[in-house]
Design a binder for this molecule. Structure first.
Ligand code: ATP
Ligand code: ZN
Length: 300
């Protein structure tokens, strides 16, 4: 009997701030996709992986209900759903949260500009408009503040002007939307970025292997972003000092130079950004012929 082909399903945001980055990240992991006409389903052509493109709010549930094996969404959405969907029958919904270092923003409380704000106590018995009622409720309880949560599904930032609330609790990245609505950020509630979650349902060995492979490739993609390959010539007498100056490098390769016994070539993977200042310090320490190269792929 032929065993049916097993394919891993990953839920991604269909159209929004996370879409392009999520697709790009998977492409960097080697995935080639064929997009269907309705664009809801993408077939992976070179790996047993399919993508389901949905609203970001639906991603946690798709993964916790085991419709999808993996999902990519903002921590803000994941945590809000964890608080809303979790109960005694479903104590843990998904696993293995892996931060992806994009979609950075924060859930924050903002107050009307010019109004009085004297710390968290100012929220006592006031109205706060938000689309994240569960996260806000938890935050207020942790700080023992009694406030009325006004649940809005959108346009939260205009609630104070409409007289619907005294404060808002919403996502902020640059703060320009707040400024445009005469609001100022006064309290951070949650720092967020895009994360990957995995179903808690038992997986076949085949799926498990592929998921490990994807996670390993994701780690490689993340490391490559900041890593550089540095090559330089160093006088033997200054070698220790020069190696110490290389940012985030472990055991560099040191090889002799033909026709020059006093100098060696040093090759190193630097896992942090290599700035001009670092190169200048290396040069001052005696390094020459400095080259900094981008790294395309990395597998530890
Ligand atoms: P959908 O139609 O999928 O429900 P949406 O309108 O809820 O889309 P987007 O505005 O595309 O969502 O934001 C998706 C995620 O991007 C947010 O949940 C958050 O994690 C992240 N994000 C990063 N910066 C911001 C920002 N300035 N405002 C809102 N979200 C941001
Ligand atoms: Zn949404």
């Amino acid at each position: 009997m032929k065993i049916p082909e097993q394919r891993i399903k990953i839920a991604l945001q269909k159209s929004g701030r996370l879409t392009e980055h999520s697709l790009d990240l998977l492409a960097r992991c080697g995935l080639k996709i064929r997009q269907s006409k309705d664009q809801l389903f993408c077939f992976g052509e070179n790996m047993p992986i399919d993508l389901l493109l949905v609203r970001d709010d639906d991603i946690p549930e798709l993964v916790s209900d085991d419709v999808c094996d993996l999902g990519i969404a903002g921590l803000n959405v994941i945590e809000e759903k964890r608080l809303t969907l979790c109960n005694a029958d479903r104590p843990a919904l998904f696993d293995q949260i892996y931060a992806l270092d994009f979609g950075h923003c924060r859930l924050a409380i903002a107050a009307p500009e010019g109004g009085d704000y004297g710390g968290l106590r100012s929220l006592q018995n006031r109205r706060i408009a938000t689309s994240y009622p569960a996260l806000l409720k938890e935050f207020l309880e942790q700080h023992e503040i009694d406030a009325e949560i006004v649940n809005l599904s959108g346009a939260v930032e205009i609630a104070p002007r409409l007289g619907k609330a005294d404060f808002i609790c919403d996502l902020v990245s640059t703060g320009s939307t707040l400024a445009a609505n005469q609001l100022r950020e006064v309290q951070n509630v949650l720092a967020s970025e895009a994360v990957i979650i995995q179903t808690r349902a038992p997986l076949s060995e085949f799926k498990e292997e592929w998921i490990n492979r994807i996670l390993q490739r994701l780690t490689g993609v993340q490391q490559v972003r900041e890593s550089k390959y540095v090559m330089l010539h160093a006088p033997r007498s200054a070698l220790d000092q020069i190696v110490d100056l290389l940012p985030g490098s472990e055991s560099p390769t040191i090889v002799g130079l033909g026709g020059d016994d006093d100098k060696v070539a040093v090759h190193a993977v630097c896992r942090e950004n290599v700035f001009w200042e670092t190169l200048e310090s290396l040069k001052r320490a005696g390094a020459s012929s400095l080259l900094v190269l981008p790294i395309e792929k990395m597998l530890a």
